[in-house]
Write a protein that binds this ligand. Sequence first.
Ligand code: EPU
Length: 418
Amino acid sequence: MDKLCIRGGKPLAGEVGIGGSKNAALPALAACLLTAEPVRLTRIPPVRDIGTMEKLLAWTGALVEVDGGEVLVHAGELQNPEAPYDLVKTMRASSLVLGPLVARTGRARVSMPGGCAIGARPINLHISALEALGARITQSHGYVEAQAPQGLHGAEVRFERITVTGTEDVMMAAVLADGETVIANAAREPEVQDLAVLLTKMGAQIDGAGTETIRIRGVAKLRGTEHRIIPDRIEAGTFMIAAAITGGNLLIRDCVPEHVHALTEQLRQAGAEASEEGPCTLRVSAGGRLRSADITTMEYPGFATDLQAQFMALMTTAQGIAIVTETIFENRFMHVPELARMGANIRLEGGQAIVAGVAELTGAQVIASDLRASASLVLAGLVAKGETLIDRVYHLDRGYEKIEAKLAAVGADIRRVQ
Ligand code: EPU
């Protein structure tokens, strides 16, 4: 199993290019199942979750051609509208094929995702919304089975809590349903907006994506198209924090500054400098010790839960006490004991972590527990004194493209070891 070995203490300097968004690419790939014509997607990040989704599409009967960051999906016929456990167990986002499969073929059988390191993560909201659209859903033997032999119909769906992939799943089901669907309390994440852009290019009629109410008028058929995925705001945010935590100076290219606005504000509050140097470029720098700043994770446009662990790593060496409140997932503090092994002073109280900044972290052997927790350990390793060895790096490979190469190119002492 691969490990990452980091010798901390080097301020990062230079330029980093951000890749395509994993969480926008996953629903975009699922959306390709909605048409019998070929769809070409570009800026698809070659990370492990994407490979899993491509396998899943191929399993259902779609032809999938991958050429670097370009993926061509041709779902001419779908003989096998199923997502088997072996694929779903490694990637929860597989539930994103439920809506498209039932809309396109009238049936879908998708393995229930199990729990994961950050929380229970049920899909009950996806299921009740699809039922409102007329799907008959049964659950047995660990599978969710949806049937709609006569097709789906439009409906009013009000999510009792905001769900990102739930909103995406229902949007994909509703585009081929008969009549109008209104999704209330919808997720407003940029990834939801990007999916709406793709679906609209395919011929769907969608209004309001990016607001809390999305209206979709169903159409009989969708067509093939081409689409470039938006940049990954979580990768951009991770590099912004890398610049700040090392007291470095990074130019972050190919990002959308608006998508990381909440993080930019908190970095400034902590004493780092962040400025837009063009429509797709941000510069982040810091000198001297940062100040503590509190964060509370929220749905977009609030502070992203996917950047909570990384921001906490930054706060471990800031001056003062920072309160990190997690409101999206009930168990997203697995990085805390690992950061503590590196000398961080963090106390957990329910959904809050109280981080008292220490003068320095020291390198240690630590274990990555999930994707974003792993990123926080990399960030801590970049500033810790001595050597940090991070085990179970496969979590990181699920969502970051060549993170060690990108960090090494801007001056980090980091290498992958077997
Ligand atoms: N929830 C339910 N029932 C549902 C769906 C969600 O109770 O049917 C709960 C969840 O358990 C959670 C909350 O609602 O407590 C919000 O979950 P959401 O459904 O929004 O999360 P998700 O769609 O499963 C996506 C991202 C996550 C990101 C969250 C929150 C993808 C593929 N995944 O997950 O990304 O943390 O939204 O922004 O888009 C990551 O990339 O590391 C990652 C975990």
